[in-house]
Write a protein that binds this ligand. Sequence first.
Ligand SMILES: Nc1ncnc2c1ncn2[C@@H]1O[C@H](COP(=O)(O)OP(=O)(O)OP(=O)(O)O)[C@@H](O)[C@H]1O
Length: 287
Amino acid sequence: MNQVTAVRKPVEQSDLEKIKVQAKSISFGYQGVNILNHIDIDVKEGELLVLMGPSGCGKSTFLRLMAGLEQPNDGEILVNGVSSADLIPDCGVVFQDYSLFPWLSAEENIVLALKQKLKGKKTKKELQLLAADYLGLVQLGHAVKKYPGEMSGGMKQRAAIARALAFGSDLMLMDEPFGALDPLTRIHLQDLILQISQDQNRTIVFVTHDADEAIYLADRIVMFSTGSQGAVTTSVDVPFTKPRNRKKLFSSSEFTRFREHILSIMNQGLLDNLEDQQFVGSNGDKI
Ligand SMILES: Nc1ncnc2c1ncn2[C@@H]1O[C@H](COP(=O)(O)OP(=O)(O)OP(=O)(O)O)[C@@H](O)[C@H]1O
């Protein structure tokens, strides 16, 4: 067992009952325009929660609020029972565009994150060993000295995941992390996320537009839809036990039915929204 897996305990059933993040009646808007309207979402410890919804409905905004980068206009977000207004939550973040420092090697990118987190408690050599350990965990042990410009999209995203693992405590926020990757790389990285979620006590909130990806990864899916006063949400438990076998799952009739169920909820939200828009005149008044 390497150092990284050794410091993490496996997810136990009792862990799933603890609440990691509690978003209580969150409302938020930019320049007076409501984006989120009294959103309540709890994320359990060790849960893999997927957020879905049409473009622009506020999924990324919600992640920014969870990360403490924005504060809600109303309501509060508690991470480990502490308000994000009082303490910036300790979390790792992965975006679609990798966001690695291009002038640093994979190892140096991770060392930088570890330095910020451990604040001088380790020597340079110890940090490098730990960084190599995290890179090994995402199957990048052979590429520790490579710079982002020398890596494929999939490799860069693996390095970004390693950095989030190194930097965050046990909460990972992932905003469409595989959106720019080819289908095969995407499949490998989905399996990596499931492995990380299963082997370590990480709570993951993952945004995607892809229903198959959502169902394959999630314990629960929260769908955002745009209402007249801002986004509202619907939460659906994914009824398939883990670990999941991709081939068996995707070829089962239960999967097809569940996928249709998810898409019908999404489409209903879109139709409701279109209907609302039909009754708004060109001057913005309801007609
Ligand atoms: N910094 C900002 N200033 C003003 N408006 C913003 C800002 N960031 C986002 N918005 C607006 O807030 C709304 C929600 O954006 P957000 O990025 O959260 O949506 P999303 O659901 O994540 O979309 P996508 O799926 O396309 O990433 C959009 O209308 C967007 O234009």
